[in-house]
Design a protein around this ligand. Structure first.
Ligand SMILES: Cc1cc2nc3c(=O)[nH]c(=O)nc-3n(C[C@H](O)[C@H](O)[C@H](O)COP(=O)(O)O)c2cc1C
Length: 259
């Protein structure tokens, strides 16, 4: 319990560091199976104290973190949260509960709610691994819109300007989040603005293993950073190997420094 009580101040300290270093805002991550989303999820959170059980208890830590971060950075500094519409796991955090969290967050000083979903938990779908033809959390965003006036960002599956525009025009989102589209096409927003091109082509992978798609995109970011050649979808196996060996090296460095 002491560790839980220490967490809001730790998030607040990190947010203050980011502000001090000149970042324009911070986002509190309460999605994708990371700590705060595990607290929200009845599948992971089996506590029987004030931080587990009812949804009100499961969202207690998130609300404490938000309040502490806000106190640390002041009223003017932008603070967003990233929230799962659903864990997409049987017995996990689901949409009706996520809507109640949106309603609760509406009552605190948050500037942006970024809607996402899925988890990195083995056996589950992660948002960055998912194939499909279009945006996937829009219906939930429409429901969330009825619960809050806080600006909503929706991330997941956007590839075309028309998809992004429709989400805005239909009032489901105020901001569109792009991840993979920007990895394969870093200039895409400029093309959208100039009308030069509307669509981004995502690579197609044959039977990628779990986590493989995200690994490929991660290594493609590295290629961009190093000015290397664009990876082909056929490089999937090599990309996964490079990703895993890079992680292994990082793990070793971390363990050496912190064990
Ligand atoms: C290479 C890669 C790295 C990512 N890293 C993060 C991350 O650090 N934090 C996060 O919240 N989401 C991360 N994501 C997930 C994206 O933010 C986004 O939710 C997901 O990819 C779905 O959006 P998309 O369809 O536009 O890719 C990552 C995605 C990719 C492809």
């Amino acid at each position: 319990m002491d560790e839980i009580h220490a967490l809001p101040a730790e998030f607040a300290h990190t947010a203050s560091l980011a502000k001090g270093l000149g970042f324009g805002g911070v986002q509190i991550h309460a999605a994708h199976g990371f700590l705060l989303s595990q607290f929200l999820s009845p599948l992971f959170n089996k506590r029987q104290d004030a931080y587990g059980g009812s949804l009100q208890n499961r969202m207690r830590l998130l609300l404490e973190v938000i309040n502490e971060v806000r106190k640390a950075v002041g009223p003017e500094f932008p603070v967003g949260i990233k929230l799962n519409a659903s864990d997409q796991l049987d017995g996990g955090f689901a949409e009706d509960e996520a809507l109640e969290v949106v309603a609760a967050v509406d009552q605190v000083a948050i500037d942006l709610i970024d809607i996402s979903g899925g988890t990195y938990f083995p056996g589950a779908a992660s948002s960055s691994d998912r194939a499909g033809s279009g945006p996937y959390f829009l219906e939930f965003a429409g429901r969330a819109r009825e619960k809050t006036k806080i600006p909503l960002m929706v991330t997941g599956g956007f590839k075309t300007r028309a998809q992004a525009e429709n989400a805005i025009v239909e009032g489901k989102a105020d901001i569109i989040g792009l991840a993979r589209a920007l990895v394969v096409d870093p200039e895409l927003p400029s093309f959208w603005l100039s009308g030069q091109r509307d669509e981004s082509q995502f690579p197609r992978f044959k039977n990628p293993p779990e986590g493989g798609v995200t690994a490929w995109y991660t290594m493609q970011i590295t290629q961009i950073a190093n000015g290397g050649a664009t990876l082909s979808p056929d490089d999937l196996v090599g990309a996964i190997e490079a990703y895993e060996s890079r992680d292994e090296t990082r793990r070793r460095i971390w363990n050496t420094k912190h064990s």
